[in-house]
Design a protein. Structure first.
Ligand SMILES: Cc1cc2nc3c(=O)[nH]c(=O)nc-3n(C[C@H](O)[C@H](O)[C@H](O)COP(=O)(O)OP(=O)(O)OC[C@H]3O[C@@H](n4cnc5c(N)ncnc54)[C@H](O)[C@@H]3O)c2cc1C
Length: 325
């Protein structure tokens, strides 16, 4: 009843109405899949459940339902190692995730290149797949796709005079996967023996995470929680890496100067690993480093996965070795 009252205040409506509503709890309603007379028209509790957090008898926490992982094109086609690390970490958090077959390229390359109506098919497909009522969170492992869902889709639809209501819903559901993990980092059994020595790590803030989505503390929280990591902040960590989507192809000389400054900042820290949550930044930074730098460019969850599985740092390639970053 308290729940119903609270929803009414917010102009919302929750259909299940067991006769015991005044005394029963949400936990009991879920366990019994309760319903009342309104079930004939609107269904029972099960029809309104997006997900559950279950504490098992062993004390373990299981999370199920409603969470979708959006794997961007970069993860799918170039950086399977990042995608695998993300899935490994989410599994360790006992999160059951869905990767919908109907998810499409986020279309941001076309959006930011001003390509007219070209991206609209992708935008509308993703909005309809990911804003469904049964999806309660869309976790994204690419800064750029996240920026598309939280900002660019809405801007694009408004520019075209189209309805952006569903895009706003998608925005509300979208979370960078690092935000989700950072909140739960204390639940993970981190190993100390994944590397024999302390690793100095720094973090580069991708524009699409820090400016478009306001995400900067979550990746740092993850990195600082890792055993054996000596976290050092670089100067101007949130300055662009020079990639800027297609900017680096349109203005290569200017982009090169920006990238050189970023690499100088990274070198100054003496870090062995530069972590970043954007695949584009990984390629721009890693592709412009020398093998002699002996610096690996990784997604923070790759390091975290290493600390969970014991995978040593020697398994990660250094930038400039010809392999992806
Ligand atoms: C007068 C009356 C009218 C009713 N009318 C209806 C009706 O119209 N429709 C209908 O479907 N049912 C009805 N019921 C049955 C009952 O109200 C429902 O099953 C209700 O969902 C039970 O909720 P509860 O909070 O009272 O749970 P409880 O009876 O306290 O518990 C039910 C089960 O759920 C488990 N449980 C409770 N909380 C949690 C939790 N947080 N996590 C895990 N497990 C939990 C308990 O261990 C127990 O096994 C009625 C019952 C009464 C007494």
């Amino acid at each position: 009843m308290e729940f119903q009252n609270e929803l009414t205040k917010r102009g919302l409506y929750y259909p299940p109405d067991p006769g015991s509503m005044a005394v029963s709890t949400m936990g009991g309603n879920v366990a019994e899949n309760a319903g009342g007379p309104r079930a004939f028209k609107y269904g029972v509790t099960r029809d309104y459940l997006l997900g559950l957090e279950v504490v098992l008898a062993s004390g373990e926490v299981l999370r199920t339902g409603g969470k979708t992982l959006f794997t961007g094109c970069f993860t799918n086609y170039f950086a399977g190692d990042v995608g695998q690390a993300v899935v490994n970490v989410l599994k360790k958090l006992r999160l059951e995730i869905e990767i919908p077959a109907a998810e499409d390229c986020c279309g941001i390359a076309a959006i930011l290149s001003g390509e007219g109506d070209l991206p609209l098919k992708n935008v509308q497909q993703n909005i309809s797949t990911l804003s469904r009522a049964r999806v309660d969170a869309v976790l994204v492992d690419c800064a750029t796709c996240g920026a598309a869902f939280r900002k660019e889709y809405i801007d694009l639809l408004k520019r075209k005079g189209l309805d952006s209501t569903q895009a706003e819903i998608l925005k509300g559901k979208t979370q960078d996967v690092m935000e989700y993990v950072a909140e739960r980092i204390h639940e993970l059994p981190l190993r100390k023996d994944y590397t024999s020595e302390k690793i100095r790590v720094t973090y580069h803030d991708p524009c699409h995470l820090v400016r478009a989505q306001g995400v900067s503390s979550a990746p740092r929280k993850i990195l600082q929680a890792l055993p054996q990591v000596e976290y050092v902040e670089m100067e101007e960590a949130n300055a662009c890496c020079g990639g800027g989507g297609t900017f680096q192809f349109d203005f290569p000389e200017i982009a090169k100067g920006i990238t050189e400054k970023k690499i100088k900042r990274i070198r100054e820290t003496g870090a062995r690993v530069v972590a970043t949550g954007c695949p584009g930044c990984r390629v721009t930074i890693g592709g412009n480093m020398d093998e002699q730098d002996r610096i690996a460019v990784l997604h923070p969850l790759q390091l975290l996965d290493g600390a969970l599985t014991g995978k040593g740092l020697d398994k990660f390639p250094f930038a400039g070795t010809g392999r992806l970053c």
